[in-house]
Write a protein that binds this ligand. Sequence first.
Ligand SMILES: Nc1nc2c([nH]c(=O)n2[C@@H]2O[C@H](COP(=O)(O)OP(=O)(O)OP(=O)(O)O)[C@@H](O)[C@H]2O)c(=O)[nH]1
Length: 142
Amino acid sequence: MSIDEPTSQPRKLLLVAACALVDADGRVLIAQRPEGKQLAGMWEFPGGKVEAGETPEETVVRELAEELGIETKTACLAPLTFASHSYEGFNLLMPLFVCRRFWGTPQPLEHQALKWVRPNKLRDYDMPPADAPLIPFLIDLL
Ligand SMILES: Nc1nc2c([nH]c(=O)n2[C@@H]2O[C@H](COP(=O)(O)OP(=O)(O)OP(=O)(O)O)[C@@H](O)[C@H]2O)c(=O)[nH]1
């Protein structure tokens, strides 16, 4: 067997679209993952898996409605950067969009709690390992 040959099952690629909602003060919304789920208690950017037939932008619009009860449009989403991280069992590819224009007040419909945080304070929160490289991009932007 050559040294490059995989010795275990190839991990699948999981495409998740996430969004940094930004308020008028330049703070970003993070949401605490519910008990009982993978990475429970960690703070994440709202978003979720891209379903068959969806664009990542459509996923974000749908997830923001489902998770936070707010409305936005795909035209209100600007791509910022992406996360690429190997978790046990799958590789995560996660585009991160920024959204400053939305309608309604975010509510924790599927999370334990929500928090508006200044980007330079995001490192104070326990976030999934995939998210750490995203923080400098938000600090630079905001
Ligand atoms: N939404 C979101 N997911 C993230 C972030 N960082 C990160 O590693 N992930 C991972 O991306 C995947 C997103 O899955 P999800 O939120 O749609 O699904 P889930 O694990 O809640 O499960 P389910 O919706 O199937 O019940 C999870 O494995 C989650 O750990 C993030 O900042 N936001």
